[in-house]
Every structure is written in structure tokens, then in C-alpha cells.
Design a protein around this ligand. Structure first.
Ligand code: NAI
Ligand code: A1CAB
Length: 280
């Protein structure tokens, strides 16, 4: 059981997905989770009534009772948040950021020397404790705090400790990834519906097919390529489907989606650095 007190700064969709998964997991008591935002009291009331966590507007937070702050606001708000936190926290407190494109050194440079930071990249499947979450500690973070952050992330799914130079591509694959599969499903529904099937049934069929394939990849020893070949009978339906996919640039489209998201992740911190220079 996690004994530390954690505070979410930001109560948007990613924060809610994480709160839901953490509370559901039982690995941290709800009263040890504090959720804050700047001014939207209605949103805090909603989160409190759904998950039983403590909520408070940011200005009323007692910073000294918090062990780990989970930064869950939009990247554009990071500078104001770091500027504020710098004067409010001690070196034994830890900042865990879920922000896309914001490096550990970007945060360290704007905080007091030696401040402990951890960069994580979850996805919205945290809500069902099925996230694939990357964890990457900064330069000054104690191993005990990394272990707590890993335990927290473990509560919302599978954890992968990675080098920070892989964080952009990880974001392109797993942070943004659920959206690609939802987009795929939208097309499955569209196509089946045009053939006269109802959307509700199509959603179940599509999702079960996706789930089955995901489980095969996780639980069987065959590679994705071997699994694909097992589905593909000579001159059969799958061969025709895969050929159409190939002709329409299917594989390339997936690679380009990952590369596009990863490159946007890289670009985002550069944009912020630019904003800072411009504002001086
Ligand atoms: N949505 C997703 O699938 C994922 C999002 N992320 C990251 O999570 C972060 C949040 O994304 P969303 O939840 O989608 O955004 P959102 O716009 O739904 O939520 C942002 C929240 O931050 C609050 N906020 C802004 N400044 C604040 C401050 N100074 N103190 C306290 N609260 C403050 C806003 O009021 C809002 O509640 C982003 O940085 C994003 O890169 C990471 C992985 C996946
Ligand atoms: O779209 C975004 O920027 C965030 C980060 C990963 C998923 N959603």
C-alpha cells in the first residue's frame, strides 16, 4: 500500500483516467489523493463525488503535506506552474509530470537546484488500469521516490522504465496510440454499417477482434508476423484484405502516425523554450 500523499495539479481527462485507475486498484487510499485545478469548483465536486478523493482549488492546497505532485495540466501552462512551485516545495518533494514533450531537464532548469522530477507518459486506458506507461527519472531523483512513482503507475497498468531519448517515440506509440485504434474502429463501424450492420453490434465485434489479437500478442510466443501468417490462408480473404491494406499504404500510414506524434512531442518543448525567450 502506498503511504505517500499525492496531489494532482490539473483535473482534466488524463488526471481523471489516472485517479479512476488508482482508486480502483486499491493501492493508494482515496484520502491520500488530492486533486486541484485553478478555478473550476464544479469539476472538482464531480471528481470528488465520483472517486471519493480530496479536492481543493490550487491556491488553497497545503503544499507541505504533499509527497509527490502529479503535473497534469496542458504543456503551455508548465512555466507558470514551475515558477509557482519553485517557491513552495522542498527538495524532498517530487514532481511527476505527465506532460507530453516536456523533458526532465526543462523542468530541472526552472526549479531549485537538485529538485527531484520524474517524467511519465501514461495513456487514457489508465481509467481501466490498462495503460502502457513510461517512467523516466530526472538527474536528482532518489531511487525510493522512483519506486513509489513506479508503484503508482503500476496501479494504472503496465510500466516501462525507458531512457528519456525514447520518450518522444513512446508518446507516439502508447500515449497517443489509443486514438489510432479508436480511429480504426470508427472506420470498421463505418464500413460495416454501409453493408447494413448496426453500429452497436459492430462496435462489439470490432473491439472483441482487437482484444483477441492484443491478447494473442501478449500471451503467445509467435511474433506478430507469424500470427498474421496464421490468419492468412493461401488465396483467401485475409490475403485479399492485406493486399488492399498494403496498396492503400496501411503500414506506412501507421509508421507516419507514430513519427508525426513523436516529432510533435519533440517540437513542443522547443516551442515553449521559444515562448520563454520571446517573453524576456
Ligand atoms: N489526454 C491524453 O490522452 C494524455 C495526456 N497527457 C498529458 O496530460 C496533460 C493534460 O491533458 P488533458 O487531461 O488531456 O488536458 P485537459 O485540458 O483536459 O486538463 C488540463 C487541466 O489542467 C488544469 N490546470 C491548468 N493549469 C493549472 C494549474 N496551474 N494548476 C492546476 N491545474 C491547472 C486545467 O484547469 C484542466 O483541468 C497534457 O500535458 C498532456 O500532454 C499525457 C498522456 C496522455
Ligand atoms: O495529444 C496529446 O498531446 C496528449 C499526449 C499523448 C496523448 N495525448
Amino acid at each position: 500500500m502506498i503511504k505517500q500523499t499525492i496531489a494532482f495539479l490539473g483535473a482534466g481527462s488524463m488526471a481523471e483516467a489516472m485517479i479512476s485507475g488508482m482508486v480502483e486498484s486499491g493501492s493508494i487510499p482515496a484520502h491520500q489523493i488530492i486533486v486541484t485545478n485553478r478555478s473550476n469548483q464544479d469539476r472538482l465536486n464531480e471528481i470528488q463525488s465520483k472517486y471519493g478523493v480530496r479536492t481543493v482549488l490550487k491556491n488553497d492546497l497545503n503544499y507541505s503535506e504533499v509527497d509527490q505532485f502529479i503535473l497534469a495540466m496542458k504543456p503551455k501552462d508548465i512555466d507558470a506552474v514551475l515558477e509557482d512551485l519553485r517557491y513552495r516545495i522542498d527538495s524532498d518533494q517530487v514532481l511527476v509530470s505527465v506532460l507530453a514533450g516536456i523533458s526532465t531537464s526543462y523542468m530541472e532548469d526552472r526549479l531549485n537546484d537538485g529538485q527531484q522530477v520524474i517524467r511519465v507518459m501514461p495513456n487514457t486506458s489508465s481509467m481501466l488500469r490498462e495503460s502502457a506507461t513510461a517512467v523516466c527519472p530526472g538527474h536528482y531523483t532518489g531511487m525510493d521516490n522512483v519506486m513509489v512513482a513506479k508503484e503508482l503507475m503500476k496501479a494504472i497498468g503496465e510500466v516501462f522504465v525507458i531512457d528519456e531519448d525514447k520518450m518522444d517515440v513512446f508518446t507516439g506509440i502508447a500515449g497517443s496510440g489509443p486514438a489510432y485504434f479508436y480511429y480504426l474502429m470508427e472506420h470498421i463501424e463505418e464500413t460495416g454499417n454501409a453493408e447494413g450492420m448496426d453500429r452497436e453490434t459492430l462496435r462489439e465485434i470490432g473491439a472483441q477482434t482487437l482484444l483477441g489479437a492484443a491478447k494473442m500478442m501478449l500471451e503467445r510466443d509467435e511474433s506478430p508476423s507469424e500470427l498474421r501468417q496464421n490468419v492468412t490462408s493461401p488465396n483467401g480473404t485475409t490475403a485479399a484484405g492485406l493486399e488492399a491494406l498494403h496498396q492503400s499504404g496501411g503500414g506506412e500510414a501507421i509508421s507516419e502516425a507514430i513519427k508525426g506524434a513523436a516529432s510533435r512531442s519533440k517540437e513542443m518543448s522547443k516551442e515553449l523554450e521559444g515562448m520563454l525567450v520571446g517573453s524576456k
